[in-house]
Design a protein around this ligand. Structure first.
Ligand SMILES: [Zn+2]
Ligand SMILES: [Zn+2]
Ligand SMILES: [Zn+2]
Length: 445
């Protein structure tokens, strides 16, 4: 037998990543034993493994977001509820004077409450998304210049007269915008980083998300591009944006995935997909320092270097899985991630409804903008709620689907229906959606 060899970093790192993903709570010494068991032909010191864990952001010290001011410490595979926190920079009065954000409970995290009487049918606020990963049919229109790359307005029957093309039109980007305003907003939100003309490797990242129909990857890339771009405008704006990103309710992707019924036999595939997505994500947005031409390309877009802690939060493998989990938990069914809307907890008898822009009004309201409307009169002090699942589903089906959000609903309707529905109730109404649901649960909307 030949003597063990010291593997190069590019061989070692993917193996360590996969190992860490399968053993999220093991210390370096035990991981090293497993590593050498898997690869008896290698010699890797514990010191070197620790260094890889550190540079790849796979150490155990990065705890989840803080709840109620208390750190929950290292990721715990049994963590049941998402963590969330209030965003001190979010000016709710700019949306509505009738609503306040409060910490509801350890289990529910933050939430919104009414601070004035609200009438049935009242429009409370309209909101544009933090990021918006359009549904695939609209996404395809965006990619061919037939819908606005920023606000997702489809250009039917013809491209509007005020529409403008991306400046990298002749370099491989087909993005079109309804107007200069949408172009400016898209630039502020980091289009250049996901522009096929200005940052060509973003094409592989976006094409991968499209092929896998994995909207969370698309939305996460947009969120990170947005944060990176805000950094360019100044450290305080960058910090504020990063902080806003950190306040969305969070359940790490790997922790969340373990609640899937098929986890036991599907975990290899999940992990392989996470790794593939991560490689595309890093290649496009955070290439290694040693890749000089990639560095030059990114520097042309983002001149201000990101501080180490920000790089760690956004680009370590742990940060990536956390981001994916965060997006999956908060993305609405139309692909929008909203700062204020995302505060709301679930109820099976919600007092607010989310309305999309009315058909035919797309010129007036961007199609990614939502409106929050009261389903009934609401008293001051009442918590505002929306439904996370199809409210026509019977009790057991809702309960099962809500696990995806770490929600164990005890609303009055659940309490009542729990006793009414027969134990073996099979829901016949939505079997056709099982595959879709399974995918959504795996990947996030
Ligand atoms: Zn637009
Ligand atoms: Zn472009
Ligand atoms: Zn309920």
């Amino acid at each position: 037998m030949s003597s063990p060899i010291s593997p190069p970093d590019n061989a070692l790192i993917p193996v360590v990543k996969a190992l860490r993903a399968s053993q999220p709570s093991l210390g370096a010494a035990k991981l090293n034993v497993l590593l050498l068991k898997e690869h008896p032909e290698w010699t890797v010191s514990e010191k070197r493994l620790k260094k890889v864990l550190q540079t790849e952001g796979l150490t155990l010290t990065t705890g989840p977001a803080v709840t109620n001011g208390k750190s929950k410490g290292p990721t715990d595979a049994n963590t049941k509820y998402p963590t969330s926190k209030l965003n001190p920079h979010l000016d709710i009065s700019a949306f509505t004077e009738k609503v306040d954000a409060v910490f509801i409970s350890e289990q529910k995290g933050k939430g919104l409450v009414a601070k004035a009487p609200i009438g049935e049918g009242e429009l409370l606020w309209r909101e544009d998304p933090f990021v918006h990963a359009a549904e695939w049919d609209v996404y395809d229109l965006q990619q061919t210049g037939n819908a606005c790359q920023h606000c997702a307005l489809p250009f039917v029957p013809a491209i509007p007269t005020l529409a403008v093309a991306c400046s990298a039109l002749n370099h491989g980007c087909s993005a079109m915008f309804c107007s200069r305003l949408c172009l400016t907003r898209a630039q502020q939100a980091g289009h250049a980083l996901l522009c096929r003309g200005r940052n060509p490797p973003s094409k592989d990242l976006l094409d991968f998300a499209r092929k896998e129909r994995w909207r969370a990857v698309l939305a996460l890339s947009q969120a990170v591009a947005r944060i990176m771009t805000s950094w360019e405008r100044g450290e305080s704006e960058g910090r504020e944006m990063l902080e806003a990103w950190g306040t969305f309710a969070t359940l790490d992707q790997d922790v969340r995935a373990k609640t899937l019924p098929e986890w036991e036999f599907a975990q290899e595939r999940h992990r392989a997909l996470w790794n593939m997505a991560y490689d595309h994500f890093i290649t496009a947005l955070h290439p290694p320092d040693t890749d000089k031409s990639a560095q030059t390309r990114i520097r042309k877009i983002i001149k201000r270097p990101l501080p180490e802690d920000v790089r760690e939060a956004l680009f370590s493998y742990r940060g990536f899985l956390r981001g994916l989990g965060r997006i999956s938990l908060n993305l609405d069914s139309h692909g929008g991630l909203f700062l204020l809307h995302s505060h709301m907890n679930h109820s099976c008898v919600p007092n607010l409804a989310v309305k999309q822009p009315p058909a035919g009004q797309a010129q007036k309201y961007p199609s990614s903008r939502i409106a929050l409307v009261a389903n009934r009169a609401i008293e001051p002090g009442e918590e505002l709620t929306v439904t996370y699942v199809n409210p026509t589903w019977p009790y057991r089906r809702r309960k099962e689907a809500l696990k995806e959000w770490g929600v164990d609903c005890n609303c009055e309707r659940c309490e009542k229906e729990k006793h009414e529905e027969p134990e073996k109730a099979e829901e016949e109404d939505g079997g056709d959606n099982d595959l879709e649901r399974e995918l959504r649960m795996s990947f996030g909307v």
